[in-house]
Design a protein around this ligand. Structure first.
Ligand code: KMH
Ligand code: ZN
Length: 276
């Protein structure tokens, strides 16, 4: 069986970590650019972007996203995917604001989910608002699926005419409050996908590596990075590019080629190498 080249997404920073948690968090636009270059070299083709202020606090400031976008684009050819999940506590308008910069992709979390002790709110009005902005600015959604029901919600948005299938979905498994990271859950979600969809898995914490290996073997794609897991192995903090490089090596061992950014664009039906 010949499988598609493997798309590796690096979720480099996220919103939940504090700078004290790891010295490897790319907080500034310059650090994101440097991370992008190293991760492309290691085999990544998509970078999932959250932005921070210099002190590490979260921001949805459009100028900060613009600086990050330019730094990444200057350093790499990675597909740039902005978060629209942002950080807990941001308004829906704040979360969607950076879409005006027309990144190639943006996330669409397909439903509300408990998120640790908090609630990550994605009501239908919030999802519709984000999709409207994506349509306005020509941004391709990646469907973030944290729980049962989220694919049903995506299908409902499709029936409403706000989304077309096929799309690329990312199964985020192992968030406390969301669906556990198990092979059974992953297989069931893949079976539920509308025809023609591509998918990746983002296992949280210790689940990152085993979920990635399963996805490589199943013909899916993989998301790794510090947003989801800060360790390379027990007690040993990771750099983003090390996590990407390990997936590239494992893919090689398992007979999967790793996609370049332009091969990933072709697989996802995006245009070729974007400019800011
Ligand atoms: N920070 C989480 C609340 C996304 O980027 O689209 C949401 C999140 C999802 O990280
Ligand atoms: Zn994120």
């Amino acid at each position: 069986m010949v499988m598609e080249p493997l798309i590796i997404t690096v979720a480099a920073c996220g919103a939940e970590l504090k700078p004290d948690d790891t010295p490897h968090l790319p907080i500034t636009p310059a650090a994101l650019g440097e991370t992008a270059a190293r991760c492309q070299e290691a085999g990544a083709s998509i970078i999932h972007v959250h932005c921070r202020n210099d002190d590490g606090t979260n921001t949805s400031d459009v100028a900060r996203f613009d600086a990050a976008y330019r730094a990444i684009r200057a350093a790499s050819n990675l597909i740039v995917q902005f978060t629209t999940g942002g950080a807990i506590g941001m308004t829906a308008e704040e979360r969607a604001g950076p879409l005006a910069l027309r990144p190639e992709m943006g996330t669409l979390t397909c439903g509300t989910v408990n998120f640790g002790d908090e609630v990550f709110e994605n009501s239908f009005p919030i999802m519709r608002g984000i999709l409207a902005k994506m349509q306005q600015f020509g941004v391709r959604p990646e469907l973030e699926i944290f729980d049962w029901g989220h694919l049903s919600n995506a299908r409902r948005l499709e029936r409403e005419g706000l989304l077309t299938f096929p799309q690329h979905a990312d199964f985020v498994l192992g968030v406390p409050g969301g669906l556990d990271a198990t092979v059974d859950h992953l297989a069931a979600l893949v079976r539920e996908l509308p025809p023609g969809c591509t998918w990746s898995v983002a296992g949280i914490g210790r689940a990152q590596l085993p979920m990635a290996v399963v996805a490589i073997a199943m013909g899916g794609h993989v998301r790794v990075g510090l947003e989801d897991n800060i360790y390379y192995s027990r007690g040993r903090l990771a750099r983003n590019d090390e996590l990407v490089a390990r997936i590239s090596r494992l893919a090689g061992e398992l007979g999967r080629r790793v996609a370049t950014p332009d091969q990933a664009r072709a697989l996802l039906g995006l245009g070729q190498s974007a400019t800011v």
